[in-house]
Design a binder for this molecule. Structure first.
Ligand SMILES: *Cc1c(COP(=O)(O)O)cnc(C)c1O
Length: 362
């Protein structure tokens, strides 16, 4: 450990993001490893972002991003004071962990397999975790979160659809979890909800312990702009704002606020691209199955698949040699799986053509 570090830094295991090539879009490289959108952002977003290149950049942005919060609130039929914005939903999640889950003696409850960043935040903020194992079919067992407990949890969190399985829980099941845990916050990370799962946003009106987190990175094709948000009751949002304003008052710059606003307003473009991706996912699922893969039922813009005959690490390396990146997590229970982002129909065809060649050789 370096003597200049604060003591806790030596014990941190940072999140490892999927590989990003230098310089952005590389000809011939098919990036199916970080669940980015294969389509461009809405043309209205590009226009709004260009319009930001003025001398107004010398001025600080609106620290509360009011126009953007109002647009998101209108989209979801809630109040602007129920919307909390951050520099990507990863930052929003960091503030959620800091503001809601740091309760010594009370563990955070989450699935053993879910978005791996949650563990990283627990280590960063000193939060104890209790893991509830997914069932053998990788579904969440609702009873794990509704049974009575000796100690009130600090909170509950999972992604819905879950990551990296892509499998979704029904709204009624999440409502049972909310009802059984009125004394603790229940955070549902809806990073992928726009690709076919049902959102729990309508439950906000009935459940003061619900926090919904969403992002513009996936379904609105803006991973590079860094905008995410949480939706919750005003009391919870006030706690999040306290933490945010003790960290960085201006998480969203002028460009991000303008681009995100245009993305939220262009509903027609959003609907058209997500529908194309959902259709491509269903085609990809069938094609992978005919190549012998077992594919979990996905409600996301990726599929999670394993091949009984070939180790995932070997397949991932073979794809990489053909300039196709996919994600392979070397973690217990899921080391045989590949997580593959759904691209355009052409992308999916190229992937399956290469896989078919690789599987043909033994
Ligand atoms: C991609 C992802 C995020 C983070 O998204 P950003 O808004 O780009 O930070 C959060 N949660 C899950 C489950 C994700 O897959």
């Amino acid at each position: 450990m370096n003597p200049h570090w604060s003591p806790h830094v030596a014990g941190l295991t940072p999140y490892t993001p999927g590989e990003q090539p230098r310089g952005g879009i590389v000809a011939d490289l098919l990036k199916l490893n970080t669940n980015e959108n294969p389509y461009a952002p809405s043309p209205r977003v590009l226009e709004a972002v260009r319009a930001c290149a003025t001398d107004a950049l010398r001025l600080y942005p609106d620290y509360s991003s009011l126009a953007l919060r109002e647009a998101i609130a209108a989209l979801h039929g809630i109040g602007a004071d129920q919307v909390f914005l951050g520099n990507g939903s990863d930052e929003v999640l960091a503030h959620v962990f800091n503001a809601l889950f740091r309760k010594p003696g009370h563990p955070l409850v989450m699935p053993d397999i879910t978005y791996s960043f949650y563990r990283t935040y627990c280590a960063l903020y000193g939060i104890d975790v209790e893991f509830a194992a997914l069932a053998n079919d990788f579904s969440i067992t609702v009873e794990d979160y509704t049974r009575p407990r000796a100690v009130i949890p600090a909170g509950i969190i999972f992604a819905n659809p879950n990551a990296p399985t892509g499998m979704a829980l029904a709204v009624g099941d999440i409502e049972r979890i909310l009802v059984a845990n009125r004394d603790c916050p229940v955070v549902i990370d809806e990073a992928y909800v726009d690709f076919g799962a049902e959102s729990v946003v309508p439950l906000l009106a009935r459940h003061a312990n619900l926090v919904v987190v969403q992002t513009l990175s996936k379904s609105r094709a803006l991973a590079g702009l860094r905008v995410g948000f949480a939706l919750a009751g005003t009391a919870i949002v006030e706690g999040l704002i306290r933490v945010k304003d003790s960290f960085n008052s201006y998480p969203l710059d002028r460009v991000a606020q303008a681009g995100a606003l245009a993305a939220i307003q262009d509903v027609a473009y959003f609907d058209a691209t997500r529908k194309k991706i959902m259709a491509a996912r269903d085609g990809l699922t069938r094609d992978l199955a005919s190549l012998g893969f077992e594919v979990l039922p996905s409600c996301a813009n990726f599929v999670f698949a394993r091949h009984p005959g070939r180790p995932a690490g070997e397949l991932s390396r073979a794809l990489r040699n053909e300039h196709i990146l996919v994600r392979h997590f070397r973690l217990p229970r899921i080391e045989e799986f590949l997580r593959i982002t759904v691209g355009t129909p052409d992308d999916c065809r190229r992937l399956c053509r290469v896989l078919s060649g690789v599987l043909g050789k033994s």
